[in-house]
Design a protein around this ligand. Structure first.
Ligand code: NAD
Ligand code: USQ
Length: 406
């Protein structure tokens, strides 16, 4: 099948491209390389040494004989070019990763808020708009987030996208409905993913587009079977205060003897998935598209939940690292419970990689191996959600800002 991977140069996009290519699909990467420009803006680099996208594609071709096509297109800003490209190539499936995905980056300043909303909402709308204009009946698979549900504690398992409700009619009867689970974003970035959901709902209803939205948890790990095939196919690994996600950050912090940066009490519970499972889930979703006219198909793409302080303790036990609690730069619940339904992927055959199985390999093979590339001054989170939070974290480059070390 011909597949367009929008955002195929990114952390989840690149291993997905290789996995689908290895499985025999004709893969086209569409990316504007904005993520690489943001590295330059922030003065950071991936922990792992990444080659250019063209070089990555050349190495894949040398290794496998398979030609990956790369198209430099800004999906948010170059609507006509993107539409014409889509109309000409007519992929059978489109996987949409092409958004600004870091919550701290989206909260850095008013400029970063605007950029994130403009980029993400325009990119998603342009994809839908172009599919209709080009009369393209492709299956659109979007990478959404568990964060659309929010992290307020509800003593009930979060369903996969839809919540059954009873609406009391004027006559006093009860009408049964399933509605999108109430959106409750915790950052401007997460808010764009909530807006995406409404765009999908409308285009599935109005134009019968076939859409799958994957509500993904925090992705951890680095490599997959395919990225391990050659040193130059290595995946990116973000560790800085904006793009690094919590578990991957703890792993590199342990590798360089930096106290593990737990925000607040570390009572935040989040959903997680290994990068290899993320790629497998996308393939499973591709094989199970909705029918035209069906509502948006929503999967929870997460395999386990953990509390931040438990993760820190686990990494500390494994490596001898110290744990340091610090003022939370985010406005979020200090403590929350989280239980997530992921029955659909399990039913399709997903056999999840557990944290305990993969963590040690990740520390030794990746974090320690490339520790020499880490700039410790880029580890602190310097993006506060509000003026008060910014003041509380006392942003000074290199400032340790630690309140307790155990
Ligand atoms: P990433 O930033 O590494 O990759 C995104 C890619 O999209 C980059 O290569 C970037 O250059 C490209 N891009 C951004 N805007 C674009 C535009 N307008 N036109 C063309 N290309 C554009 O992010 P990632 O970690 O690979 O995440 C991919 C998707 O998965 C995101 O949408 C994110 O919200 C979602 N997600 C990620 C995680 C995670 O932990 N990484 C968890 C849940 C969901
Ligand atoms: N946290 C720490 N210490 C750190 C970094 C983070 O305690 O050094 C805490 C945060 O305060 C937060 C939790 O860990 O409570 C998760 O933060 P994160 O940066 O790992 O994840 P998040 O900002 O939610 O975003 C990431 C991805 C995003 C994706 C989301 C899935 O960057 O693209 O949508 O995970 S989810 O969290 O399920 O919404």
């Amino acid at each position: 099948m011909k597949i367009a991977v929008l955002g195929g140069d990114g952390f989840v996009g690149w291993p997905t491209v290789l996995h689908l290519s290895q499985a025999g699909h004709e893969v086209h990467i569409v990316d504007n390389l904005s993520r690489r420009w943001i590295d330059t803006e922030l003065g950071v680099q991936s922990l792992t040494p990444m080659d250019s996208i063209q070089e990555r594609c050349r190495v894949w071709r040398e290794l496998t004989g398979i030609h990956l096509r790369f198209h430099l297109i800004d999906v948010a800003r170059e609507y006509e070019r993107f539409k014409n490209w889509l109309a000409e190539e007519r992929p059978a499936a489109i996987i949409h990763f092409a958004e600004q995905r870091a919550a701290p980056y989206s909260m850095k300043s008013d400029r970063h808020k605007s950029y994130t909303v403009d980029n993400n909402v325009s990119a998603t709308h342009n994809v839908l708009n172009a599919m209709v204009a080009a009369d393209l009946d492709a299956h659109l698979v979007h990478l959404g987030t568990m964060g659309v549900y929010g992290y307020g504690t509800v003593r009930a398992t979060i369903p996969e996208g839809y919540l059954p409700v009873g609406i009391k009619t004027d006559e006093g009867a009860v009408e049964e409905r399933e509605i999108l689970y109430p959106a409750n974003p915790g950052s401007v970035y997460h808010m764009t993913k909530c807006l995406d959901q409404l765009l999908f709902q409308f285009y599935a209803k109005n134009d019968s587009l076939r859409i799958t939205d994957l509500h993904q948890g925090i992705v951890w790990g680095t490599n997959t079977a395919e990225t391990k095939m050659h040193e130059q196919l290595i995946n990116r690994f973000d560790y800085d205060g904006d793009y690094g996600t919590v578990l991957n950050r703890f792993l590199i912090q342990a590798a360089v003897g930096y106290p593990l940066t737990v925000h607040g009490t570390g009572g935040q519970t989040r959903a997680f998935i290994h990068i290899q499972d993320s790629v497998r889930c996308i393939e499973l979703a591709l094989k199970s598209p909705p029918e035209a006219g069906e509502r948006v198909k929503i999967f929870n793409q997460a395999t386990e939940t953990h509390r931040v302080r438990d993760l820190a303790e686990l990494v500390a036990k494994m490596t001898g690292a110290k744990v340091a609690c610090q003022p939370n730069p985010r406005k979020e619940a200090d403590e929350n419970e989280l239980s997530v339904c992921n029955k659909q992927f399990l039913a399709l055959g997903l056999d999840p990689i557990r944290l305990e199985e993969g963590l040690l390999t990740e520390v030794i093979d990746v974090a320690r191996k490339y520790a020499y590339r880490i700039d410790k001054t880029r580890i602190p989170c310097v993006s506060g959600w509000t003026k008060e939070r910014n003041a509380a974290i006392n942003v000074q480059p290199g400032s340790p800002r630690l309140t307790a070390v155990s």
